[in-house]
Design a protein around this ligand. Structure first.
Ligand SMILES: [Zn+2]
Length: 397
């Protein structure tokens, strides 16, 4: 390999272990619910976010797409959330990391199971199903496969419910019977409410419904505005203003002995629309060579090689992508701990032979096989602070 110089077309590839790892086991999204449940003495749970003080009634409000950096950049649109920044991580003013990849299906499973992606087994937006050899979309659960075989662990809600804690999820009715809800958020009772205001009011009611309670609520639309129009677009900022008011509405209704935690599943980064920033897999014969299936998403790819080609695909992707992506073989990504401290056997073959995580504001789009995703302004998935860091804001009654 030639030495990296300023005039090289393809500079020296990034070392796999130079990627900033999620703080699995001490400050990642998967650590949140076990910490809260342990504070309510739920058997089988451990408090790993040591800065948090236990409460009898715990509510988690997950705002899809609200990264720590984006929140900090928009204090005028989010006065209430901004006033809570000093409360992060129990007053230490620090964010959590969401886990890899920084994507909704993976993160919701991490939240609900309290496990890193390598254990719960939803390690991407799309991953290969080893039983069929087909790509499976983890968010839409297509094509369908048995949810309980795919993710066999109990959720923290189920553990809490079994221990006599009042457990409830308050979200859009759309999500009530989805397989993702089943594998990530089962346990206690699901309450579907269409408007954010109704969800806040009901979450407060559910929190008061037990001496000990664990309530989850969710807001989706900020992420959608970011994907379509970009972070800091008028639509995105309008959504941030709305959700800021919702958090305040819930905070003002907290019953006694409660803690409200506001967090997110990932942040977001805008990617310019030009060939330097959007590398088109469908138009790039070098990237396609030896590849059977392209999984994941633009900033967090799982690449499945044709038999025998894995090593060549790693080499080629490294050369083509240079310093723009961290490119790891499956075993390198596992050894580096990208998906957590260990990988369950059933999860191993769901990971790409090559795993590519964006470092710069770049994407590997696929204009033909993923026309919709390839047209998104805001994106997420990788390990950069803009995507990986998420707030953990606290309000106590
Ligand atoms: Zn998203």
């Amino acid at each position: 390999m030639a030495q990296s110089t300023s005039w090289d077309a393809h500079p020296e590839p990034l070392a796999v272990d130079s990627a900033p790892l999620p703080e699995y086991g001490s400050g990642s999204l998967a650590d949140l619910l076990p910490t809260l449940a342990a504070g309510m003495s739920v058997p089988g749970t451990t408090a790993t976010i040591t800065e948090l003080t236990p409460a009898d009634r715990n509510c988690v409000f997950l705002i899809d797409g609200l990264g720590w950096e984006q929140l900090r950049a928009h204090p005028d649109e989010a006065p209430f959330l901004t006033s809570l920044l000093g409360s992060s991580r129990g007053g230490t003013g620090r964010p959590l990391t969401t886990g890899y990849p920084a994507t909704t299906a993976t993160s919701l499973a991490s939240v609900g199971t309290g496990l890193p992606p390598g254990a719960h087994g939803l390690p991407g937006y799309t991953v290969r199903n080893p039983a069929t050899g087909e790509l499976m979309n983890q968010l839409r659960w297509q094509p369908w496969t048995s949810p309980s075989a795919w993710q066999p662990y109990p959720t923290v809600f189920q553990l809490a419910h079994a221990a006599g804690v009042h457990a409830a999820q308050v979200s859009s009715p759309t999500f009530q019977n989805t397989p993702l809800t089943k594998v990530a958020l089962s346990g206690g009772t699901f309450h579907g409410r269409l408007t954010g205001e109704d969800r806040m009011d009901l979450a407060a009611e559910q929190l008061a419904a037990g001496d000990r309670s664990l309530v989850y609520t969710y807001y989706a639309e900020l992420d959608g505005a970011g994907h379509r129009f970009g972070v800091a677009s008028d639509a995105w900022r309008g959504q941030l203003m709305s959700v800021d008011r919702l958090v305040q509405r819930l905070a003002e209704q907290l019953p006694p002995r409660s803690a409200l935690y506001v967090t997110a599943d990932h942040g977001m980064i805008d990617v310019p629309f030009d060939e330097d920033h959007r590398i088109d897999f469908d138009a790039d014969w070098e990237l396609r060579a030896g590849v059977a299936l392209l999984g994941g998403e633009g900033r967090a790819r799982h690449v499945y090689a044709v038999p025998g080609a894995a090593a060549d695909v790693v080499t080629c992707w490294r050369e083509v992508l240079g310093e723009q992506f961290w490119v790891a073989s499956r075993d390198e990504a596992i050894a580096a701990g990208w998906f957590g401290p260990h990988i369950d056997e059933r999860v191993y073959d769901r990971l790409g032979d090559v795993v590519a995580a964006a470092r710069d504001d770049v994407l590997i789009v696929a204009s033909e096989r993923e026309p919709k995703e390839s047209a998104m302004v805001g994106n997420h998935g990788s390990m950069t602070p803009a995507e990986q860091l998420i707030p953990l804001l606290e309000v106590r009654s």
